[in-house]
Design a protein around this ligand. Structure first.
Ligand code: URP
Ligand code: ZN
Ligand code: ZN
Length: 458
């Protein structure tokens, strides 16, 4: 089957031109002026941007966490396609005392047969020991899982110590993988949480006050130092603040390359939300920060110190958030965003002239594909690449609301926000997956993506 996209403006991380795109089967066959193809379905993209499908490398679907499960599963993860994200990378969590294989099988059990969009896995190592060490190579070589997540926080649940971190880094480096990190100081946070609780300070605001900027800055510097010592390709997830960004900048100054992502909410929302009665909606870790941090994050994107804008999509229903109504430390941490990352960044970044449309493509698709071993198969519109393509109308206005979104969560962190720029059509491997809100693929169309070894370079 072939598909011909005509009259659109094709944008990659490097180019911007009026062109037609011919798709045959799952791949891009040709890009050029006035293309013709007998029997092809024609889509008129006049007035629209033709962009690579988004890649969100930080989502948590159906994840057991803080006594419950994140409310979007592999099926409702379809919401990503509505908003132009064609591939996500989800996190497997090793159970302490058990193997990586055991965790992989459990995640595969929930995922298999349920995907609409394409998906890959990061492996979170929460217990690095001699047995785990042996499995690192197996994950990379046999499973195509080439990135290993570590938590420097969530003490008593997911956190590993520096001894384990260095050991994991050495093993991952040897076999061609990357170590990625939730970089906040778990001991400091644990101390502050207990202090606030003992003082009867239990509202969501104290979630924020238990994770001051220094907890993230310190851990980010420490992680960069350990990565420098071991030489492992390194990536910091959900970087939120100036102090942590300075750790990345300091690493660059000494000739080290540490890659980093921020998330859409840290660019657009700030900590004043924690003072609201419904502040639990924005309880996530790290927490939202200050306006001065937002300014630094936009600058970090522009300067290339931050290569990726992800979501850390980890939604919980309001009834789940209410588990912490009497104690902020019991509120499941996480926030819904998988559906609106692309439209939010386009509206607030491109349309408000903070970033170019090429930079938009770079941070939402091309860099995630390059960093995580999927390029040029994914992350660009190039001859032979997967035909993961979106058509975006840069002028259409719309309003975000829990009443209209497709995520399985009963609130929106952006309720009532008006955006300019809407994803009209999402094509995944040559199939129109969603068009004007209508889903045209079936459950099970999505594939697991095995990834290549990673260099830590772009
Ligand atoms: O609050 C968050 N970020 N929840 C998901 C787990 C994590 O730390 O990424
Ligand atoms: Zn995290
Ligand atoms: Zn996360």
């Amino acid at each position: 089957m072939s598909l011909l996209i005509k009259n659109g403006t094709v944008v990659t991380a490097a180019d911007f031109h009026r062109a037609d795109v011919l798709i045959e089967g799952e791949h891009v066959k040709a890009i050029g002026d006035d293309l013709k193809a007998d029997g092809a379905e024609v889509i008129d993209a006049k007035g629209q941007f033709v962009l690579p499908g988004g890649i969100d490398p930080h989502v948590h679907l159906d994840m057991p966490f803080m006594g419950t499960f994140s409310s979007d599963n592999y099926e409702t993860g379809l919401a990503a396609l509505h908003g132009g994200t064609t591939t996500v990378i989800d996190f497997i969590l090793q159970t302490q005392g058990k193997s990586l294989r055991n965790a992989l099988e459990s995640w595969q059990g929930r995922m298999n047969g349920n995907l609409y969009g394409d998906l890959s896995f990061h492996m979170a190592v929460t217990d690095f020991n001699d047995d785990t060490k042996k499995e690192v190579r197996e994950m990379i070589e046999q499973e195509g899982i080439t990135s290993f997540k570590t938590f420097m926080a969530y003490k008593g649940a997911l956190m590993i110590d520096d001894r384990q971190m260095v050991g994991l880094m050495q093993e991952v480096k040897e076999h061609g993988g990357m170590v990625i990190v939730h970089a906040t100081n778990g001991d400091m946070i644990d101390y502050l949480v207990q202090k606030h609780r003992s003082e009867g300070k239990l509202s969501p605001l104290y979630h924020y006050l238990s994770q001051p900027e220094i907890t993230e800055a310190e851990a980010s510097h420490r992680f960069c130092d350990m990565a420098s010592y071991t030489g492992v390709p390194a990536y910091i997830v959900h970087l939120t603040c100036e102090g942590a960004l300075n750790a990345v900048r300091d690493a660059a100054r000494r000739g080290q390359r540490v890659l980093a992502e921020t998330c859409i909410q840290y660019l657009l929302l700030d900590a004043s939300l924690y003072e609201r009665a419904d502040g639990a909606k924005w309880v996530m870790s790290p927490p939202l920060r200050e306006k001065k941090d937002q300014k630094q994050l936009w600058a970090g994107i522009e300067q290339g110190s931050l290569q990726v804008v992800a979501t850390d999509h980890c939604p919980f229903m309001m009834a789940q958030k209410a588990m912490g109504s009497a104690d902020f430390s019991k509120i499941p941490n996480g926030h819904p965003a998988i559906e609106h990352r692309m439209e939010l960044l386009f509206s607030e970044g491109v349309n408000k002239k903070k970033i170019s449309v090429n930079k938009f493509v770079e941070v939402t698709a091309t860099n995630p594909a390059k960093v995580f071993g999927m390029f040029p198969r994914k992350g660009t519109i190039g001859i032979g690449s997967d035909a993961d393509i979106i058509l975006l109308d840069p002028n259409e206005r719309h309003t975000l609301s829990a009443k209209t979104h497709h995520m399985n969560v009963d609130y929106s962190g952006y309720e009532g926000m008006q955006l300019t720029g809407k994803v009209k059509t999402t094509i995944l491997r040559g199939q129109v997956a969603v068009h004007n809100g209508e889903v045209r693929i079936k459950k099970g169309y999505g594939k697991f993506v095995r990834r290549n070894k990673v260099s830590g370079m772009l």
